[in-house]
Design a protein around this ligand. Sequence first.
Ligand code: FPP
Length: 431
Amino acid sequence: MPPLSDAIHYLLHPDELRWILQWQMTYRPLYRRDETQETPNVKKCFTYLDKTSRSFSTLIQELHPELRMPICLFYLIARGLDTIEDDTSIPAKKKELALRDFHSNLETDGWHFTENRPQEKDRALLLDFDCVIQEFKLQKPVYKDIIRDIIRRMGHAMADYCLRAESDGPGIDTRDDYDEYCYFAAGVVGEGLTDMFLEAKFYRPPPALQDGRRLQVSMGLFLQKTNIIRDIKEDADDGRRFWPRAVWSKYVRDFEDLLDPEHRLAALNCGSEMVLDALEHVPECLSYLTGVQEQSAFNFCAIPQCMAIATLTLCFRNPDVFVRNVKITKSEACRLMMESTRDLQTVCDVFKRYIRVIRRKNASHDPNFLKIITACDKIETFIESNFPLETAKSIMPKELARVFKLGSLEATQGSRKLTKKQTELGNNFTV
Ligand SMILES: CC(C)=CCC/C(C)=C/CC/C(C)=C/COP(=O)(O)OP(=O)(O)O
């Protein structure tokens, strides 16, 4: 039963209710888990996935069976590593060793980690890590190698970052450091997922477009940078700062000033530069999506990207970002999920819609005003020239036309039924 305040809100905004109902009544996943065929240990892994992930749990559970379990394990293992990195109570030397060594424990029976402080959110996963290890051992060697290699690289980068923070204090210095941090937090995840998609034949790198590796890295960077922009207040309250000094020092003297109402205008202008930096990844993300050949993988890739552009737009020149955690509405999330599970053309339309909102919010007194216009122009031109309108589909290169068709064909197949999980996805999606 929704709270009375929600009921009143939707009575006053019936348009918003429309998207929630439409999502609930029409969305049907292409694949579902069949719990009757799962071992208790597999079920346990998915329970941990549900407990530890706000936005990826449902997307992973609805993936094609070939990649569902490998990607679930990839998430849980990366989450385990992150839980060691996040815990400020672990002494630096101990943390460094644990991070560097993490990848080598993935097939060690009974290995678990007990050093997290009791209040660490996902501590239970590391205490019970043997369930992940037992399932990891059963996966195809090629997926195990991909996961182990990415976790090794992430672990070493996190250890280096943790040592640097010990000596130089928390925070990120230059724009290159910022890109490097985001690369090891999310760009490498894009690389690992792409290797898995390639192996499963769910992805074909788009031929005539940009350097393939850049595209998969941009997919992760766009998500990570959007989170970093959105979470500035929450991160600062936890003693973490990811906005690079090279950017914020142009606007305020001390990092803390960004959160001070007296410096709100400077903080908003600084936020614009951060948004501008994230927007520069958009053309590469859209290029990447042209190569995704399988619908459940397309949904898995496209939904977070659409949620991210919506979140970035919400954060753009929004003073609330410096006061509290901002979040797109449930109705907007439902609309985005409807749209991003169709086809590439619809995803491009979503991006164009948000780019228009960014243009409207752009302020002429902002020092980034002209650069924001240029970034928006670049995205729109990119969409218009690479992904022509519906009517032009027939004259499109075969490669692209196939991708466009794939989404709309599969999305209209079969009956549609609401599951509890889909409603939760609409409730919880916060990229
Ligand atoms: C090629 C391709 C698909 C690239 C995308 C790579 C990818 C998924 C990177 C992870 C980025 C990210 C910010 C995750 C947030 O996880 P979180 O801890 O906030 O997760 P939660 O929202 O589920 O809790």
